[in-house]
Design a protein. Structure first.
Length: 718
């Protein structure tokens, strides 16, 4: 659609020097000749190409209201006017020089170009965003000078490395500026594979006022963010609405409201003609820490956001696929060489045709009277001229088409001068087609000339920084987490509490207590393999029965919480499933900032996680107990450590339909087997020497422990 709009405007002679024309006229011309679809879709595309906050290099010069970055729509097409911008000539200037193929329009009444002969890779300059036929693309805009330098470097050095290429194009250059805080090494990796996500934040300055007061002023915003959006987000935090199905504000909403109101006094939008973006934030107190103030705003609003990179495009082969930045540039360079070759061939044909005509005129120049006599007396003057002067059919046709008064003005000097000029140009054009070095030199020269004419400075700063997070100061003190069997949780200050003193709701009992600290986290293990984390500092106090943990996490439908653990991030845990798989990890590896938890344990269709257990400091082996009472012990070194989670390794060979009951990391002290004998609970202590009988290789069946004991669990011996 954009190609058709630009081509239609070019045909209407609406270049940068022309008088602007009503947008409705342009839209009507596009609809009537090229694009028989809705007029609003065409106008929306035209408007976007005129917005300097949407495109890095606008292609249309719009007169009138073409919308704003705050989401205000453009005026109706009958009110606005449009013409092409000077930079659009890079797309259109060579279109009538045989550079691209044309195809019939929808009704065959005219033709339209299949492509535009782009003198620079506009797919990188202005980017692209959209989805079609199941494929999405998100190409960010880039700086013209940087892209031009990278293209020249690749032409001179076709096998340039990706690292060297990234020195020319360090990253996107957004129309609204902003600051990219993603590390350059990470950006380089994204550009190599063609996919990733950047972190972009606003740019601001601190203005000092009278009596020590100060204010923070936002001057540049990240892509997709407007001042109106930021104001709405702040309003939503400071005046939160009840969530669906809730009778009161959630603790998270209250915490956000209190923390922001404690920092922020007022916010106002002072954007206008003098400053496209000027968003002013006044702190509650002049003594407020400025870094903490801005970090809080960045973390809770769109002043810091993510920008996707998905370099999917249709290449020279006509097929869409994901490409790296080098592949895109390489394909455009190939296209540019082909375009200039076609342009040169087209011009050479025109030059040779003109030379041919002038040579015919030169041949008859001194015999004008004879020419006139032949035309007057011959029945077929064309054939007579060809015979008399040895002309070609084309030359004879030209002589016959010349008016009588022009014959007298045929001057030998003028014809010879034009022939000399054309023959010089002919030699230059032939050299371009025959000599690759000459062609390369011309391509580079044109790229550098365009970069000099239309290039500008980079707007977006690339400066690595940490992602903004709200720092909540938590007093580090001992606390005991009390977890009930039905999932009610509370925290009691201090350690050493008697478990018998805790009371629960009717029908509920103690699951476990965890002595930890307020800076630690509580983990909840779901039946779907997800692990949910809740900061211990966010748990309710122990004055009542606590609160259901399901109110603190977003549990997936059809999922239940099976097991819990609380402790520091560096505590190693051994995780296993009843399907006989397991691995080692750390508490910190399972933490997640989102309430929906983290997918961590890979489960088979009917498998379920077993109770997680802390790995003792001097653990040397893994003990596994099967449903049929078989016991297997093997070295702990045979088990992998997976920081990103997964299935783990096979721990024990289970019979069909058999489950693994318990798997524990143990020390040289041995284990305790818990079971039932003759209807009564019974614990069997197995010393290290007695365990020798059950030592084997990982993933073996093990040996039956005691046929008389109906075992159901094991634990390390203290």
């Amino acid at each position: 659609m954009q190609r058709r709009i630009l081509y239609a405007m070019n045909e209407l002679k609406l270049d940068a020097s022309a008088k602007p024309r009503k947008s409705a006229a342009v839209v009507g011309d596009v609809l009537g000749k090229l694009h028989p679809h809705g007029d609003q879709s065409v106008y929306d595309a035209l408007v976007r190409m005129a917005q300097d906050f949407s495109l890095r290099y606008p292609l249309i010069d719009g007169q009138g209201n073409f919308g704003s970055r705050d989401g205000d729509g453009a005026a109706a097409m009958r009110y606005t006017e449009a013409r092409l911008t000077p930079i659009s000539q890079l797309l259109l200037d060579e279109i009538d020089m045989g550079t691209v193929d044309f195809q019939p329009n929808y009704d065959g009444s005219t033709e339209e170009p299949k492509l535009l002969p782009s003198r620079l890779p506009f797919v990188l300059l202005n980017g692209a965003s959209g989805i079609a036929v199941g494929l999405a693309t998100e190409i960010p805009p880039h700086n013209l000078r940087e892209v031009a330098k990278a293209a020249v470097a690749m032409i001179r050095q076709p096998n340039i490395s990706h690292a060297n290429l990234m020195t020319y194009i360090p990253g996107p250059d957004f129309p609204g500026g902003g600051q990219i805080i993603t590390p350059p090494s990470t950006i380089a990796e994204m550009y190599q594979v063609g996919r990733g996500s950047l972190k972009v934040r606003a740019r601001w300055k601190i203005e000092d006022l009278a009596r020590g007061q100060w204010q923070a002023v936002i001057t540049e915003l990240p892509p997709g963010t407007s001042t109106q959006k930021v104001l709405e987000e702040i309003e939503e935090i400071t005046n939160p609405k009840l969530k669906v199905g809730k009778k009161s504000l959630t603790p998270e909403q209250l915490n956000q409201k209190q923390s922001l109101l404690a920092l922020l006094d007022t916010v106002r939008d002072e954007s206008g003609r003098e400053a496209a973006v000027r968003l002013v934030f006044e702190p509650k107190s002049k003594n407020q820490d400025r870094t903490e103030f801005m970090n809080s705003l960045l973390a809770q609003t769109s002043l810091e956001t993510s920008s996707s990179i998905n370099l999917v495009m249709i290449g020279n082969d006509g097929r869409p696929r994901q490409k790296g930045i080098g592949d895109i540039l390489r394909e455009w360079i190939t296209f540019r060489f082909l375009t200039i070759t076609r342009r040169t061939q087209y011009r050479l044909q025109k030059v040779e045709d003109r030379i041919h005509i002038l040579e015919g005129r030169e041949a008859v120049l001194l015999n004008i009277d004879k020419v006139i006599k032949i035309i007057r007396e011959s029945d077929e003057p064309k054939s007579a001229l060809i015979t008399a002067f040895k002309l070609s059919d084309r030359q004879a046709e030209d002589i016959l088409e010349i008016r009588l008064r022009q014959l007298a003005r045929l001057e030998a000097i003028k014809i010879q001068q034009e022939l000399d000029t054309l023959r010089t140009e002919q030699g230059t054009l032939q050299d371009l087609l025959k000599n690759p070095a000459s062609m390369t030199k011309l391509v580079i020269k044109e790229i550098e000339a365009d970069a000099k004419q239309f290039g500008d400075d980079r707007r977006t700063v690339i400066e690595e920084a940490e992602k903004a997070v709200i720092e909540q100061r938590i007093v580090d003190e001992p606390v005991t987490v009390i977890m009930s069997q039905k999932g009610w949780v509370r925290a009691r200050t201090g350690h050493g509490h008697e478990a018998s003193q805790f009371t629960f709701k009717a029908g509920d009992n103690l699951y476990a207590t965890f002595e930890c600290r307020t800076v630690d986290n509580l983990l909840a293990f779901g039946s779907n393999g997800r692990v949910y984390s809740v900061p211990v500092s966010a748990l309710p106090n122990a004055r009542g029965d606590g609160a259901p943990i399901t109110t603190l996490v977003d549990l997936a439908s059809g999922t239940s919480l099976l097991h819990y653990f609380a402790g520091p991030a560096d505590i190693p845990l051994f995780l296993a499933t009843d399907a006989g798989y397991g691995f080692m990890t750390k508490v910190g590896d399972m933490l997640s900032r989102v309430k929906g938890g983290k997918s961590f344990i890979t489960l088979d269709e009917t498998a379920r996680p077993l109770v997680p257990n802390q790995i003792p400091e001097h653990a040397s082996a893994i003990a596994c107990l099967s449903e049929k009472g078989r016991l297997l012990v093997f070295g702990i070194d045979d088990v992998k450590t997976l920081s990103s989670g997964g299935r783990g390794v096979a721990l024990m060979d289970l019979a069909e339909g058999e489950k693994l009951l318990s798997a524990q990391a143990i020390t040289q002290q041995g284990v305790i087997i818990h079971g039932v004998s003759r209807g009564k609970p019974k614990d069997e202590v197995v010393t290290a020497s007695a365990l020798q009988t059950f030592i084997g290789k990982r993933a073996r069946k093990g040996k039956l422990f005691d046929a008389k004991l109906n075992a159901f669990a094991l634990s390390p011996r203290p």
